[in-house]
Design a protein around this ligand. Structure first.
Ligand code: NAP
Length: 316
C-alpha cells in the first residue's frame, strides 16, 4: 500500500515534471491508460482512486497514487493547489463516474451529483490545464439501427438517464474548451486484482464448460480497452488546441456481443458452441433500463487525425 502523505510530498518535490493526472484511475479504463502512458510517454502519472484499499494497484516509480473522492470539494481544491505549478502542462483524463445505467435511474440525485455537479466543480478548478479528456459514450446517440453510422455531428437522442447525463457532461466539457471522446462498449481482460470484467467472467464460464448467453441482435462498433487507451494517449501526446473537441473512438466493425463471445472462445481455445446467441426480445430481464439496440459509430475523423487505416477489436 502506498503511503498517501508520502506520495503527495514526493509529488510536490517533482512538481516541475510533466504530469498526467488520471481521476478514477483504479477502474477498468484507468488501468489501461496507466499502462499506455508508461509505454508511450516518459511523463509522471498522478493517479487518483476513490477506494483507499485500491491505491496500490499498479506499482511503478513513475506512478503515484492519491485518494480522491470527486464529491469531496475540499479534496479537489487541495489537489488543484498541489498540482498548480504543473497546470500549464498538465494532461488530465477524467474517468470518475456513477455510470451503471440501471443504478443511475435508481439513484438519480446521487448520480447527477457525481456525474454533473462534481464534474463541473472539478473542471472549474482545473480550467487552466493544458488538456482534459473526458470519456463519453455511444449511448448519447440513441438507437441507430444496423445500417446507420453516427458521426460526431449527428443529433443526440439518448434513451436512458446515463446517456442523458453524458450528454449534459459533454456540454460542460465543451464549455470549458476541453475534449470529449465517445467510446463504444469496451471489452477486454481486467488489469485489476479487485474486479473482474465481463470478459473475464466469459472465460471463467467457458473454462468450466458452461454455456454463455450473448445477444446476437444488438450491434455496436465495439472495441477493446487496450486499443482505446492507446488511441487516447496518442491523441493526448499529439494534443494541440485546434484538435477536434469531440471524436468517436470506436472499431470499424459492426459486432454483436455474440460475435465477440465467439472470438473470445476461439482466442482461448474453447468450443464456440458454448456461446449461445439470444435475442434482446427473448430476454428483457438482463437490462432493467432501456438500452439502444444498435449504435454504430463513424470513426473516420479519429482515423484521419492519427493516420490509421483501420481500427479493429483485438485481444492480446
Ligand atoms: N467501460 C466502457 O465500456 C465504457 C464505455 C464508454 C464510456 N465509459 C466511461 O469511462 C469512464 C470509466 O469507465 P470504466 O469502464 O473504467 O468504469 P469503472 O471501472 O467503474 O471506473 C470508474 C471509476 O470511477 C471512480 N469513481 C466513482 N465514483 C467516484 C468518486 N465519487 N470519486 C472519485 N472516483 C470515483 C471509481 O472508483 P471507485 O471504484 O474507487 O469508486 C472507478 O475507478 C466512465 O465515465 C464511463 O462512463 C466506459
Amino acid at each position: 500500500m502506498v503511503d498517501i502523505v508520502e506520495s503527495i510530498s514526493i509529488f510536490r518535490i517533482k512538481a516541475v515534471c510533466k504530469v498526467y493526472l488520471i481521476i478514477g484511475a483504479n477502474g477498468f479504463i484507468g488501468a489501461y491508460m496507466i499502462k499506455k502512458i508508461l509505454t508511450y510517454s516518459n511523463e509522471m502519472i498522478l493517479a487518483t482512486a476513490n477506494s483507499n484499499n485500491h491505491l496500490s494497484l499498479i506499482c511503478d516509480k513513475r506512478v503515484q497514487w492519491r485518494h480522491l473522492d470527486v464529491s469531496d470539494f475540499a479534496g479537489v481544491d487541495l489537489l488543484s493547489e498541489d498540482t498548480a505549478i504543473t497546470h500549464e502542462s498538465l494532461k488530465i483524463i477524467y474517468l470518475a463516474a456513477y455510470h451503471h445505467p440501471d443504478q443511475v435511474e435508481k439513484n438519480l440525485q446521487f448520480a447527477w451529483h457525481i456525474n454533473i455537479t462534481c464534474l463541473s466543480y472539478f473542471i472549474n478548478k482545473f480550467y487552466d490545464t493544458r488538456c482534459f479528456f473526458y470519456p463519453s459514450t455511444e449511448m448519447v446517440y440513441g438507437d441507430g439501427g444496423e445500417n446507420k453510422k453516427f458521426n460526431e455531428e449527428s443529433s443526440l437522442n439518448p434513451l436512458n438517464l446515463y446517456g442523458k447525463h453524458k450528454k449534459i457532461a459533454e456540454e460542460i466539457v465543451y464549455g470549458a474548451g476541453k475534449n470529449v471522446l465517445r467510446f463504444p462498449v469496451l471489452m477486454g481482460p481486467s488489469l485489476l486484482m479487485h474486479k473482474k470484467h465481463f470478459y473475464d467472467c466469459i472465460i471463467e464460464d467457458l473454462s468450466q464448460g458452461k454455456r454463455v448467453e450473448m445477444f446476437s441482435d444488438m450491434y455496436k462498433s465495439m472495441l477493446d480497452f487496450d486499443t482505446v487507451a492507446k488511441i487516447t494517449i496518442t491523441l493526448m501526446e499529439s494534443y494541440t488546441e485546434d484538435m477536434a473537441k469531440c471524436l468517436n473512438v470506436s472499431g470499424d466493425e459492426s459486432l454483436s456481443k455474440y460475435d465477440v463471445g465467439v472470438r473470445i472462445a476461439q482466442k482461448h481455445g474453447y468450443p464456440t458452441n458454448l456461446i449461445r446467441p439470444i435475442s434482446l426480445s427473448d430476454d428483457n430481464a438482463i437490462f432493467a433500463v432501456k438500452r439502444p439496440r444498435s449504435v454504430l459509430l463513424d470513426n473516420a475523423k479519429v482515423k484521419k487525425l492519427l493516420h490509421l487505416e483501420e481500427i479493429r477489436m483485438k485481444f492480446e
